[in-house]
Write a protein that binds this ligand. Structure first.
Ligand code: ACO
Length: 402
């Protein structure tokens, strides 16, 4: 709990801190978390207020620039992002060339990496105008890429962007509309997705964001850095948990919906089974994002007139956990991933798209953190030390003598 803000110079002393539980890798002004109190703020603004009143692109602007935009600044930012949503035709071909069964997260990471080859003029990490261009390009193209990975996985034709629509609305149109047919947005779905993207937009030095920073610390460009972030996010202990939650709920349903037996296996740590979507390195209280998502899950399902038995199973698991000493003593509460999949599913996304949606939401945070790091005079190349535990010096033995 002690915060050391002074810059430690190389003292010759090495501390071993697996998982960096107690190591701050940087100073940051972007996101504040109080894990014990369940507080999350972007640039000082409580997540609850932003989720209620703001929009995803406004939050992106806030995270990246540090202040809420004026009306003019917001509309010009939105317009710039919208105008760049079209991707190069060769890039479309590239996106369509992965095997049908490819996981969308793998395609997405490859796509963000490849994007830099189409925009060589946006790669200088130290020229502010170039960085601004890369920022807008990445926010715009990631939206298009995310809808394309959904469509290519299904073998559906790709749609071109419509500049007249908002960021989230047009993302949904490009993802779900039938070509040449009228598509009308459902305001409940647009607002719910906008809110979910806001909730995912940043979360300080988690696994993927730390990855973005460490890659960028070698002065790799922002595309390479965020592509690495997507790969880090794909794991089931991180962003991949939202997909894993749905698989877990499906499995419980297939086994007759008995949550009690599943919880017994979790508590006995049978085969390493965990309650996915529960627990957090920093939150030792209810994840404030999970509280908003839970409410939203009810609203979206109700508005879409769909019921999902999995929501009941999820609430049943939470209820058991809230009163069970195993979870209470370890301070394990639902995290942001616990209820998101149920909303995405109700919206029509396949399970494999859940983590790409997380990546779409997290993109402004990764960019903001990369930019903050590049502008921070304290930044040095990330290079952790180790404590060597291998063999001491020994003489080489020729292969014929072994
Ligand atoms: N189910 C059952 N037990 C759990 C869970 C869980 N979901 N999470 C933690 N525990 C237990 C551990 O077994 C451990 O018990 P022990 O003290 O008896 O050994 C104790 O709680 C502490 O857990 P750690 O793994 O040491 O906690 P850590 O901070 O390293 O891990 C993590 C955090 C990875 C999120 C973990 O809680 C987890 O695996 N959760 C499930 C996956 C998940 O939902 N990930 C999404 C995280 S949020 C995000 O990325 C957006």
């Amino acid at each position: 709990g002690i915060v050391v803000s002074s810059l430690l110079r190389d003292t010759g002393m090495v501390t071993v801190d697996p998982g960096f539980m107690n190591t701050a890798s940087c100073e940051s002004q972007i996101t504040y978390i109080d894990g014990d109190a369940g507080i999350l703020r972007y640039r000082g603004y409580p997540i609850e207020q932003l989720a209620e009143h703001s929009s995803f692109l406004e939050v992106a602007y806030l995270l990246i620039n540090g202040e809420l935009p004026t009306p003019d600044a917001l509309s010009s930012f939105e317009e710039r992002v919208n105008r760049h949503t079209l991707v190069h035709e060769d890039f479309r071909t590239f996106l369509g060339s992965f095997p049908r069964g490819a996981h969308p997260m793998t395609v997405m990471a490859s796509a963000l990496n490849a994007l830099s080859t189409f925009y060589p003029e946006s790669l200088d990490p130290f020229d502010p105008e170039t960085v601004e261009l890369a920022t807008v390009l990445i926010l715009a193209k990631t939206r298009t890429i995310t809808s394309y990975v959904h469509r290519t996985a299904k073998g559906e034709p790709l749609l071109y962007p419509d500049y007249s629509r908002g960021y989230v609305e047009d993302f949904l149109r490009m993802t779900f509309a039938v070509p040449y047919q009228q598509w009308d947005p459902d305001p409940v779905v647009v607002n719910a997705l906008d809110k979910l993207l806001i909730l995912h937009a940043d979360h300080e030095q988690n696994c993927s964001t730390s990855t973005v920073r460490i890659v960028g610390s070698s002065h790799a460009n922002v595309y390479a850095s965020v592509a690495a972030g997507i790969n880090a996010l794909s794991g089931p202990l991180h962003g991949g948990a939202n997909e894993a939650v749905l698989r877990m709920l499906d499995q419980i349903k297939a086994n007759g919906g008995d949550a009690t037996d599943f919880m017994r296996r979790v508590k006995n740590k049978e085969d390493g089974v965990r309650l996915m979507g529960f627990g957090h390195r920093v939150y030792k209280n209810y994840d404030p994002r999970a509280a908003i998502v839970k409410q939203s899950a009810h609203e979206v399902l109700q508005a879409l007139g769909s019921t999902d038995e999995l929501l009941d199973i999820a609430m049943g698991l939470e209820e058991i956990a809230l009163h069970d000493d195993y979870f209470v003593s370890r301070k394990l509460y639902p995290n942001v991933d616990f209820y998101t999949g149920l909303i995405y599913k109700a919206m029509g996304f396949s399970e494999q798209m859940f983590t790409p949606l997380f990546a779409l939401g997290r993109m402004p945070g990764w960019i903001a953190q990369w930019r903050e790091m590049m502008n921070d005079p304290q930044t040095k190349i990330g290079r952790p030390r180790q404590v060597y535990t291998g063999a001491t010096e020994r003489a080489y033995v020729p292969v014929t003598d072994r």
